[in-house]
Design a protein around this ligand. Sequence first.
Ligand SMILES: O=C(O)C[C@H](O)C(=O)O
Ligand code: SF4
Length: 513
Amino acid sequence: MRALKESLLELITETSTNLPPDVRAAVREGKAKEDAGTRSALALSTISNNITMAEENVSPICQDTGMPTFYVHVPVGVNQLEITRQIKAAIVEATKTGKLRPNSVDSLTGANSGDNLGEGVPVIHYEQWEHDEIDVRLILKGGGCENKNIQYSLPCELEGLGRAGRDLDGIRKCVLHSVYQAQGQGCSAGFIGVGIGGDRTTGYELAKKQLFRKVYDTNANPDLAKLEDYIMEHANELSIGTMGFGGNTTLLGCKVGSMHRIPASFYVSVAYNCWAFRRQGVTLSPETGEITSWLYKDEPEGTLQESSVEETESVSKESVREVVLTPPISEEAIRSLKVGDVVTITGGIHTGRDALHKYLMDHDSPVDLTGGVIYHCGPVMLKDQDDKWEVKAAGPTTSIREEPYQSDIIKKFGIRAVIGKGGMGAKTLAGLKDHGAVYLNAIGGAAQYYADCITGVDGVDFMDFGVPEAMWHLQVEKFTAIVTMDAHGNSLHRDVESTSLERLAKFKDPVFS
Ligand SMILES: O=C(O)C[C@H](O)C(=O)O
Ligand code: SF4
C-alpha cells in the first residue's frame, strides 16, 4: 500500500478545506430563507464567502480542526496496524503544513503535543467487511459544537416542553430541546445526528454516525423519516438563527438512527455539528492504497445554485450602521455603541482564551491592555521561509467558557472590547456596564475571512500554552463583528434565548401519540 499515506493526507486536506456539496447546498438553502439585510443574512454571507476562500487557499475552513475521527472498513486480511501507522503519519504531515491545527492536549498537564497525536488521538474505528475495497471516512468536528452534544435519559422533564416520556413523542421533545439548548454556541446553523437507544457510549456513537449520512437522503424507517421532517420544519421556528442572531435558519440537517436498548435505559443522544460540517470519505485499493472514489462529492439534485459574492456583499453593506474602532478605545466610544451595530476594528488586538484567562486572574499581562481588545481565538499559525509567523486560520472560539473570569479581567486590565462568538452570561453583561466595555460577536468558523483581516503578527507570549492557547499580538484591518452585548445592559443573546424558550413551549402538546 505504497500510496496509502498520500491518499490519507489528501483525505485530511480535503476534509479540512473543502466542504462537501451537500453541506454547501444546505448552507445555500439556509441563506435563501433569511431576509436580506438581517444580521443572520450577513452572517450567512460571511460563511459562504469563507467556504469559497478556504477552498481557494487550501486552508482550514475553521481554525478548530477538531478531534480527527476515522471510520474504516477493511476487507478481511488487510493489516489494520499498518493503516493506523499511515493515518498517524498523515496527521503529523497535515499538522506541519497547517491543514490541521495542533489540537491534542494532555488533559492533566495541558501540554499540547504539537503534532495532533496523543493518548487516544486520533480516534480510529475499524470494522471488517466482505468487500474488496477499503472505505475510510473522516469527520473533523470542532470543540464548540462537540460541547453542545447532549444526552437525555427518558423519562425526563424539559424546560418549556414538560415531560418527555419513553416514546416517539418524548424523543421528539428531546430533539427539539437539543437545538434550543445549543443556541448559537455550536456555530448555528447546525446539523444534528440523533441516536435513539443503546447505552451512554453506543448511543453517542450512533448519533455521531448519523452525521455520515448525506444531508438530502431519506430515512428508510418511516417513523424516523417523519420525525426528521418534523424537526427540520419546527426547529427552525425557534428563531435562534445563524450564530444565535435570531432568524429563520437554525438547523440545516437532522438525521435520526435507532438501536436496541436494555429495559432500564432509554437514551436519546444528540451530536450537534456546526455549519462547518467537515466530513469526507474515500474508497481505497487494498493493494496500492490509491484513492478509487470520493464518497461525498456528488452534487445533490434540485438544490439552489451558488449566488455570487458581490450580490451578497451589496445586501449587507446597505443595511447596517458601521462604526470604526481603533485601539486603544475610549470609554466614550464604547458607551456610544448599541446592540446591533456593526463594528470594524483596525489596529492591534490580542488573542486570549481558556489558559490565558485563568492565568490573568492572578498574574500581570505581558502587554498593556488598557483600552484594548481581547479576541477569543485559537489560530492556526505557521512560520514562513523567513521564520516569520503567518496566520493560516483565525475565527473566534466560544466565549461562554470565559464567563467565570471575563468581568474581572475587563476590570483588572481596562479592556474595552471582547470579541468572540456565542455570547456571554449575566456576570459579563454586568461587567460590561460597570466598566464600560462591549462584547462583539464575530462569525464562528469564518477562519479564512478573519485571517484575511490580519495584516501582521507583532509577537506572541505564552507559547508554552501551545499554539491555540498562546497570546498572539495581531494587527488587523477592518476586522468586522457585531455588537451583541453593549455597555447599557442589553444582550441579544439573552433576548434570543428567552424568545426561543417561549417558542419551544409551543411544541409542548403531543404530536406523535
Ligand atoms: O477551539 C476553537 O478554535 C473553537 C471551538 O471549536 C469553538 O467552537 O469554540
Ligand atoms: S468555531 Fe464554530 S465552526 Fe469552528 S469548530 Fe467550533 S463550532 Fe465549528
